[in-house]
Design a protein around this ligand. Structure first.
Ligand code: GLY
Length: 286
């Protein structure tokens, strides 16, 4: 049996048009990831395949739809990790890539480092032949309008996927455009293993979305997976307990998707909404 969940960020998804765009985007990500799993592919390939269309969908805060920093640049974070052998690759504050998850995957395959940031991440991408363009070429009018309108507000959109393949291995991928109007150089929780992203075959895989600083300060993903190794309680209760703990202790809100080592799925959020779609061999839903 395989399992897969994708998310398109936690927050408030206002209006039917936005909700429909989120649903469609999530479906595209789910279909791409599920095709890999159905063909017997690995969880790692599945989460990578799932996140690519999520990054490409302009309704999400990732890839070309990314939020802009205080200087008007889309500097993006992404991470991918295999629970089988704990191999991981991540990029932070990367400009000019339409698909940062591809650069994170290349960091994983390269194997020398885990997390590359800024100009170093861009140079690595160029050396690997991964396309990088003018960072401002990807900026959408909607992102410019959000920066102009919501400079002081937080934003909570991020995309991610967790999967367990037919061999029982888990993996995770997360990609984000960060928070609107953030300081130049700000890095969120998504590329930091143990904060917004983590996979370990001993426990499971988790991808978070929401207030990155809160997930960083509480080492959210690490705490959740350690708890899953020890605590055999209801998965959804454990997840919500950890999300509420983040909220209680830091005031930060968000959500997460989880697949456990034994193939259970859960998602939850302390925000108004979160876009999710899931599939197993036997069923699917959103
Ligand atoms: N959770 C995404 C970010 O704060 O960057």
């Amino acid at each position: 049996m395989y399992q897969l969940i994708v998310h398109g960020g936690a927050g408030t998804i206002a209006g039917e048009d936005h909700q429909a765009a989120h649903r469609l985007g999530a479906e595209l990500g789910l279909a791409a990831g599920e095709a890999v799993l159905r063909a017997g592919g690995s969880a790692l390939d599945a989460v990578h395949a799932a996140v690519r269309p999520l990054e490409a969908a302009l309704c999400f805060n990732a890839g070309p739809g990314s939020q802009l920093d205080e200087d008007g640049y889309p500097a993006m974070d992404a991470a991918i990790m295999a629970g089988r052998d704990l191999r991981a690759g991540a990029v932070a504050a990367l400009c000019g890539s339409a698909q940062p998850i591809n650069v994170a995957r290349a960091v994983l395959e390269d194997g020398r480092h885990v997390l590359l940031a800024g100009a170093g991440a861009a140079r690595f991408a160029r050396e690997r032949g991964l396309p990088l363009g003018d960072p401002l070429a990807h900026v959408t009018p909607a992102a410019r309008a959000r920066l102009a309108k919501r400079r002081a507000e937080g934003s909570r959109g991020t995309v991610g996927a967790v999967a367990r393949d037919v061999s029982g291995h888990v993996a995770v991928a997360t990609s984000t455009g960060g928070t609107v109007g953030r300081r130049v150089g700000r890095i969120g929780d998504s590329p930091v293993l143990g904060a917004g992203t983590l996979a370990d075959d001993r426990s499971g895989a988790v991808s978070a979305t929401g207030d990155g600083e809160a997930f960083l300060r509480t080492a959210f993903a690490a705490r959740l997976l350690v708890r899953l190794e020890r605590d055999r309680g209801t998965l959804h209760e454990v997840l919500m307990d950890e999300l509420h703990e983040v909220w209680r202790r830091t005031g930060g809100r968000g959500g997460a998707i989880v697949v456990t080592a034994d193939g259970r799925l859960a998602w939850g959020h302390t925000t108004a909404d979160m876009t999710v779609a899931w599939a197993t061999e036997a069923s699917r839903g959103a």
